[in-house]
Design a protein around this ligand. Sequence first.
Ligand code: AKB
Length: 320
Amino acid sequence: MESYTEKILITGALGQIGTELTNKLVEIHGADNVVASGLDRYQKGMTSAGHYERMDVTNTQLVRQVISDYEITTVYHLASLLSGTSEKQPLFAWKLNLEPLIHFCEMAKEGLLKKIFWPSSIAVFGKGIPKNDVAQEVVLNPTTVYGISKMAGEKWCEYYFDKYGVDVRSIRYPGLISWKTPAGGGTTDYAVEIFYEAVESGKYTSFISEDTAMPMLYMDDAIKATLQLMDAPQENLTIRSSYNLGGMSFTPKELASEIKNIIPEFEIDYKPDFRQAIADSWPSSIDDSIAKKDWGLSYDFGISEMSADMIKNLKVKLSK
Ligand code: AKB
């Protein structure tokens, strides 16, 4: 295997995954080898990366300049609009979720990058697909703008690998739950908001109905899985579209009951909004046996461990 010093660029570095992935990559590779990027102006302490570039990822010229200035080898391209927001800005969602990915693949094809990570989502499955233990290779039928953009992105990843050997790797993330940076604009966000409200006010109104089960993943497990996939030897990877990742599955009612075990006075009610239809089109649980076999996917957090960790950390964070 060719050995080289990885120089990493993260797009969407100030987002829910980006902030935590950036910290982890800095721990592994050193601050000087990690460049965080996002739309915000730089504020000291915003990321632990040694460098920050204020960068609109659709600005291809600027992206090329940054790749060349820092001699970037690996891109974690996380910038994206999530499912709820994409329904409100469909054309922009298509542009943001697809064009920069293709551009990064083009740069890898030209030899300017060695490796790319790009997140897909359980949103690719869509209507008419069995709800439980959804297999890797099923017909995809997304009915949301976000799902359509992720499905197309997966096909582009596969195309660039098959045709040009571009090493682009991807995971179909379930809903991600974390306490450091709030989620924004997703259908699974109720599972983050509920913890903030439980700690702050002791009650929550869920925009997803009580019995809707969706696959979810704690951020620590998401970061671990992402790094495991990126570290896996090329020859072990049998999926070049995007790997199924199931995490844990639960309904808002089940999550509320976990929270009540820790905060007994917690109350929940339900007022489903437009995101209910999105959730209804998604699977309840996912079969991720191929990721387990190919690169050793494993989880440290179930619903109880995750709930306890969220509440413990949010109590500290929100009391400051
Ligand atoms: C969303 O809800 O849009 C995301 C996702 C599952 O991709 N969290």
